[in-house]
Design a binder for this molecule. Structure first.
Ligand SMILES: Cc1cc2nc3c(=O)[nH]c(=O)nc-3n(C[C@H](O)[C@H](O)[C@H](O)COP(=O)(O)O)c2cc1C
Length: 345
């Protein structure tokens, strides 16, 4: 199918675009909604689903589990609309025919603003399968996959990838990608071998942007790697000539990252936000997803106030939503009591 230029938000959204990175077991519908609720309007333009297997989507039995990753709750949908944030479904796999079928399924059953192909994940299992970052060294299969996906959708199509496999191969790989029917390329400034180690090389991202200027000025380049604030995203976009920045792990250090005016977050607000996260997660997943997945989030709220370490240790032991809420309530009661003692003494 031909891309519909009207739908190409990558081109229509004023640069620099700030994008929340896809992160498995992190950027589900509950977390994305939470981030939008605590962000300042206009600071975040695009969010992504977790990467979703095209093989899984084509499997009549396996599909049910896999497509949890594509879930967008009604309340998240409202936040997306109200804040004019676009949502991209990220898919992966190695069989072009499965991409075609998966796209058909997504088009018939879901409402996304864009489709992204994962050509960056370095995890051994997927690389051994020949998918994701393994495609960097397999241009002919990468071209077939992009073509099959393009045929299945009018939506803007992007590829999220890395600089190379064993060494930066930016010039060769970008020259190839810039000849494909894509609307955007998200470039993580590391190679496959690095996994998440070392620093992202933004000079290589700048090289990609220069090649783009020469070869395909209509394709947007979004840089990714080690950005920890909206200001840094803007500065890097300007310095390295990209159309925006994608931010991943920075959100663990500061969930209020897309609310740059908010510099001080009180203990009360951190705890209220954790309670909201519990509520959104329970509403979406109840017992479908393992409660233990939530534990990785506790430390992002439980830091920077007196007693945070104690509550964090307690929360790492809880196994249910009810226990989690009860622990926060007990902590608040304890704090209120200590404060009243301090005032009286
Ligand atoms: C827990 C975790 C899960 C991730 N899952 C995905 C994923 O599903 N798809 C993807 O393209 N990248 C995934 N990534 C990579 C991030 O999207 C991003 O490219 C990487 O973390 C570098 O950006 P950062 O330095 O801002 O974190 C994941 C990263 C982390 C830390």
């Amino acid at each position: 199918m031909l891309p519909d230029p009207q739908l190409n938000f990558w081109a229509h959204t004023p640069a620099p675009l700030m994008v929340l990175a896809p992160m498995e077991d992190v950027t589900d519908t509950a977390f994305r909604e939470l981030v939008m609720r605590i962000s300042q309007p206009g600071q975040l333009q695009v969010v992504y689903t977790e990467f979703t297997s095209t093989d899984g989507l084509c499997h009549p039995v396996g599909r049910k589990r896999v497509e949890e990753r594509l879930k967008v709750s009604d309340t998240e949908r409202r936040m997306l609309r109200e804040n004019n944030v676009k949502i991209v479904a990220q898919i992966w796999g190695k069989n072009p025919e499965k991409y075609r079928q998966a796209l058909q399924y997504i088009t018939d059953n879901y409402e996304f603003d864009g489709i992204d192909i994962n050509m960056g994940c370095p995890v051994r299992k997927v690389v051994a399968h020949g998918s994701c970052s393994a495609l960097i060294d397999n241009e002919s299969l990468a071209a077939e996959i992009i073509d099959a996906t393009r045929q299945g959708t009018h939506l803007p199509l992007s590829v999220k990838t890395r600089l190379g496999v064993k060494k930066p191969d930016t010039e060769r790989w970008m020259t190839f990608l810039l000849q494909q029917p894509l609307e955007a390329i998200i470039l993580h400034g590391r190679i496959q071998k690095q996994m998440s180690e070392g620093l992202a090389d933004w000079n290589q991202i700048a090289l990609a942007a220069r090649l783009r200027n020469l070869m395909a000025p209509y394709i947007k380049i979004i840089g990714n790697g080690d950005v920890e604030s909206v200001q840094e995203g803007h500065d890097k976009s300007s310095e390295f000539q990209t159309d925006g920045a994608m931010i991943g792990r920075g959100i663990f250090k500061n969930p209020w990252l897309f609310a740059p005016l908010k510099t001080q977050i009180s203990r009360e607000e951190k705890l209220q936000t954790l309670l909201l996260h519990l509520q959104l997660y329970e509403k979406s997943w109840s017992s479908i997803k393992n409660f233990a997945i939530l534990r990785r989030f506790f430390k992002i709220y439980l830091t920077g106030f007196d007693g945070a370490a104690v509550l964090r240790a307690r929360m790492m032991q809880v196994n249910t939503y009810e226990e989690a809420r009860e622990s926060i309530k007990e902590f608040n009661a304890f704090v209120a009591k200590s404060e009243s003692h301090t005032i009286l003494s």
